[in-house]
Design a protein around this ligand. Structure first.
Ligand code: ATP
Ligand code: MG
Length: 277
């Protein structure tokens, strides 16, 4: 059997493979988790099959998807240590399904913090997640990975399996400087571990158009990164901030809110982007 046989169905058509995206920024509290869960919900809403992977020991994306991280029997930790497959460890959330925004969840909790140390000793340690995703890749259109606020072994595992990185950022004074480390890390991973990797786009989040500085930084970003800046802008919107305390993404909590509508628009932009990838 050749490589091309693996990806081909008997009819000769290419079998569908998920596009895999990391949501990453080593800066804390910039909106990674909010982006991951709302994009996942938005994509599900527009008919895409989505797997959301929480790669942060804080487990915020897990909780924010309506799954209690303390009650999980299996998590992404077990997958990284190869004691469970994604098919065994993924769960669903009734709250999301009943809102018509159901996506699969590979959850995380504090246990994942230990993986950092345990993975140091093992072979192919950066490629564990990639291997696990390969087994379920045909079941999804999108795999979204919520990364922790660091450039750690966990983030590296995410970057190793991704086709692209979505970088949420606030339009603040030091926004561009903060990107340098991330851009360099992505370059290194691309050179050494994952030739596919690219920044698919910068997403302006928590945007307030009344603040002149934010408009200026937004223009600067477009000047530097051109069409790598997504057209969609996510406004600062209190409904997005309230949603996690109800254990749902903003898109589920209040679909009419400006924040939710922006994430639906972003989901549509992502669907259009992958069509050209
Ligand atoms: P960490 O680095 O800790 O993982 P993060 O980058 O995942 O953080 P979030 O948890 O998504 O960031 O967001 C940080 C805070 O900002 C949260 O309280 C969240 O509810 C709030 N927030 C995020 N996006 C928006 C928005 N567009 N409007 C209002 N509040 C927002
Ligand atoms: Mg987070």
């Amino acid at each position: 059997m050749t490589d091309s046989d693996v990806n081909a169905t008997p009819a000769g058509t290419t079998q569908h493979m998920a596009k895999i995206f990391c949501v990453a920024n080593q800066k804390g509290g910039v909106g990674k988790t909010t982006t991951t869960v709302n994009l996942a919900a938005g994509l599900a809403k527009v008919g895409q099959r989505v797997l959301m992977i929480d790669l942060d020991p804080q487990g915020n994306a897990t909780m924010g998807s309506g799954v209690d991280k303390r009650k999980l029997a299996l998590t992404v930790y077990d997958v990284l240590l190869e004691s469970a497959s994604i098919a065994e460890a993924r769960v669903q959330s009734e709250k999301l399904i009943s809102a018509g925004c159901g996506y699969d969840i590979l959850g995380a909790n504090r246990e994942l913090a230990g993986a950092e140390v345990e993975l140091v000793e093992v072979e192919r340690r950066e490629r564990r997640l990639k291997a696990a995703i390969a087994a379920v890749e045909t079941e999804y259109d999108f795999v979204l990975i919520d990364c922790p606020p660091s450039l750690s072994m966990l983030t590296l595992n995410g970057l190793c399996c991704a086709h692209g990185v979505i970088v949420p950022m606030q339009c603040e004074y030091f926004a561009l400087e903060g990107l340098t480390d991330l851009v360099n890390t992505i370059k290194q991973v691309k050179a050494n571990l994952n030739d596919d990797l690219q920044i698919i786009g910068l997403l302006r989040v928590m945007f307030d158009p009344r603040i002149t500085l934010q408009q200026q930084v937004s223009e600067q970003l477009k000047g530097h990164f051109g069409d790598k800046v997504f057209d969609t802008v996510i406004p600062r919107n209190v409904r997005l901030a309230e949603a996690p305390s109800y254990g749902v993404p903003g898109v589920v909590f209040d679909i009419q809110s400006r924040g939710a509508q922006a994430f639906i628009a972003f989901a549509q932009e992502m669907v259009a982007r992958i069509a050209t990838m």
